[in-house]
Design a protein. Sequence first.
Length: 269
Amino acid sequence: MKTIIVATDFSAEADNAMTYAAAAAAEKGYKIVLYNLYNTSIHAMNARLSGSEIDRIYEWQRAKQKEMANMIGEIYDIDTAVYFASGSFYDELLACIQLHSADLVVMGMAEKSLEQDLLGNTTTEVIHRLKFPILSIPLNAKYKSIKHILFACDISRGVHRKILDNVHDFASDFGATVEVFHVRQKAEEISRQQELDLLDCSLAEVEHYYKQVESSEIIKAIAHEIVASKTDLLIMVPYRYGFWQSLLHKSKTRVMASGNSVPLLSLPL
């Protein structure tokens, strides 16, 4: 049985992501772990609450999370568990992944804004920092089924076998067709036959096809293809830049996550 961790802070985005994940888990027989991090607010600290009062707040938060997990389990008839912690969001998330031998982390995504484009948010930071599959769910996304997957990748620079295996496994689980989508910025054909052969070999057991377009605006080309292909899920590979390069490059994965209309599965190396 696969295990999905759903990060929740009881916001509208997190609740929608939880509902999406629960519906998918019910269809595929997955287990869900609700992950919640709670740290004492600065207002509570300034109010100089006693240790027992702070403990009561923690217990209330924990009980709220457990009640939500039980409700989701009953509604969707799935196995659920909770992971409640305080401290570092990333350290505790890693601990949760390891404890439950998780296969995927699901997080909600707020609507696109200028602040997110410039600074990102918790979800985009997790995508950037964690070398783990992250599924970000837009606020307006509702689970129906996953029949078409748009795998946006740069075939010309090669795709790692580990990434292809992950794409294969995900598509195979849902019986989805994979569209391997490549945006080239010059009017030239891909000549790396070795990479195409690897793609065909890795995706041999799932229905797949290739499409490439010429455009100088990669993000717009991907967004257009999402609509044109009526895709249910976008898959991208976040590339990591050094400090100086990061000042010049805007992560395409982060931009698509914060402004996307369909769920985005980020598969890092």
